[in-house]
Design a protein around this ligand. Structure first.
Ligand code: N2P
Length: 360
């Protein structure tokens, strides 16, 4: 009896394994409405394994090493470009992407800078990097005129000295924080030479004693709970913190501003690793994401703009109507983009970042 049962169980397992196709997706944390993951499995019958990261550097290490085991990954534009050049991705087969026509030419034109012809990737979402504040706390410490939309909030030591007690987090993302320090210093945010990196070091070291943490995902809850009062982070993440605080009804008011000195505009691109175990299922996943209503549901949930034109009619007004998410012409004027760090400059940047994080 015992033998028979285990035999039956083994048979069931074998049958299950044969029937269940898998797709493995590696996306940013806090970046999707999770009900879409279930919907994908129900609609396609494909098992979805969904892992998350919060750092382009972590993803890049996996992509350059190869053998990640993922079918879909989501690097930002500048990282995508380097990884395409290193041969990390396979070209998309658009014949397997019937929803390709939903994509938005305005964004496709911009992403083609990193992925010429958009041959290897589709835009998932895009956004800006800026300043999240606990409005009440920051005004209490810096007064009604607190420069909540200026990089001076986080790079002027006089402000940071006052804010330190309530907690300031910065992204652990050197390619985003260094350009911001340069923009604050009135320099080209995309500069990568020794002089620029020395200037960024000076700006960052002057406020280093007042920075509690460099981290790229904890700030969402930390802002929402009132554990910190300032975060230099990603637009939609800060807007999610605003919502979480409102839902908790805890008296915390969170606001996001793109810095008046200029904000980085970045693009997160879905791509298929060259050694993906199941590229066919990867295309099924991409096509699911490119569905207008699915893409709208994702943006409505995470407060990031997307590269899908057809999704726009399904976006909530507090998403499509918010210029912090979908910038109008004036807001767009104030955004800059960056280019990848070449190897030598990247080594200098990595050294600089280690030094800034350690504070010595
Ligand atoms: C999602 C953040 C993604 C933006 N939490 C960084 N590219």
């Amino acid at each position: 009896m015992k033998t028979l049962m285990s035999f039956t169980a083994t048979l069931a397992l074998v049958a299950g394994a044969a029937a269940a196709e898998q797709v493995r997706v590696y996306n940013w944390s806090d970046y999707i409405d999770e009900s879409l993951l279930e919907k994908f499995e129900q609609e396609t019958g494909i098992d979805l394994i969904y892992d998350v990261f919060d750092s382009n550097e972590v993803l890049e290490t996996k992509m350059l090493a190869g053998g990640s085991g993922y079918d879909v990954v989501v690097p930002s534009g500048t990282f995508l470009q380097r990884q395409i050049e290193a041969g990390a991705f396979q070209k998309l087969d658009t014949s397997k992407l019937p929803n390709f026509g939903n994509m938005w030419d305005v964004i496709a034109k911009r992403t083609a800078v990193y992925d010429p012809g958009n041959e290897y990737s589709i835009n998932y979402m895009w956004g800006t990097t800026g300043i999240g504040v606990n409005v009440g706390k920051v005004k209490e410490l810096l007064g009604e005129d607190a420069p909540v939309d200026s990089l001076a909030l986080i790079f002027d030591p006089a402000n940071m000295e006052k804010l330190a007690s309530c907690g300031v987090h910065l992204l652990d993302a050197p390619v985003e924080v260094v350009p911001a320090a340069l923009a604050y210093a009135g320099m080209n945010p995309d500069a990568k030479d020794d002089e620029a990196l020395a200037k960024a070091e000076e700006v960052l070291m002057a406020v280093r004693p007042y920075i509690q943490k460099f981290h790229s995902s904890e700030y969402i809850n930390a802002l929402a709970n009132g554990d910190i009062c300032v975060a230099f982070g990603w637009s939609g993440d800060i807007l999610q913190a605003r919502d979480r605080a409102a839902e908790a009804n805890n008296g915390v008011e969170v606001a996001y501003n793109a810095p008046s000195e200029g904000a980085l505009m970045w693009f997160d691109q879905m791509a298929i690793p060259v050694d993906a175990p199941n590229p066919a299922a990867a295309h099924v996943f991409l096509n699911f994401i490119m569905d207008a209503q699915n893409m709208a549901a994702a943006s409505n949930y995470v407060y990031y703009a997307n590269g899908n034109k057809a999704s726009q009619e399904f976006l909530n007004e507090d998403v499509i109507g918010d210029t912090a998410i979908y910038p109008n012409a004036a807001a767009l004027e104030n955004l800059y983009t960056t280019t990848p760090f070449p190897p030598k400059e990247q080594r200098s940047l990595t050294r600089l970042w280690t030094k800034i994080k350690s504070g010595t």
